[in-house]
Design a protein around this ligand. Structure first.
Ligand SMILES: [Cu+2]
Length: 102
């Protein structure tokens, strides 16, 4: 039991390290928005599907409770930012920018 918990803790630490690296300047740019109208996990899945198929998108995180959507995309695709909001709109939701990475 104890061994299992320790392993689990390490996995969590590893995931934090990886997402930190992706959010850094070298690999990716983070786009954060609030999405209105999500009411169930299926809504979130739908948005995730639409956004993750976009070129250059590395990671999509959706918090159903707060409506916060975080998208990490490669710097090479910086000009495609508006396509993220459009993909969310196409899925039937409205995205409000809360933070734009420089
Ligand atoms: Cu739903």
């Amino acid at each position: 039991m104890i061994e299992k918990n320790i392993t689990c803790g390490w996995v969590v630490l590893f995931l934090i390290a990886v997402s930190g690296a992706l959010g850094g300047d070298a690999v990716g740019v983070k786009w954060v928005a609030l999405v209105t109208g999500m009411s169930c996990p299926l809504c979130a899945k739908n948005i995730e599907k639409q956004v993750s198929r976009l070129e250059g998108v590395v990671d999509v995180k959706i918090d159903l409770g707060t409506g916060r959507v975080e998208v990490v995309y490669s710097r090479a695709h910086e000009g495609d930012k508006s396509s993220i909001a459009k993909a969310i709109k196409d899925a039937g939701f409205e995205a409000i920018d809360v933070k734009k990475s420089p």
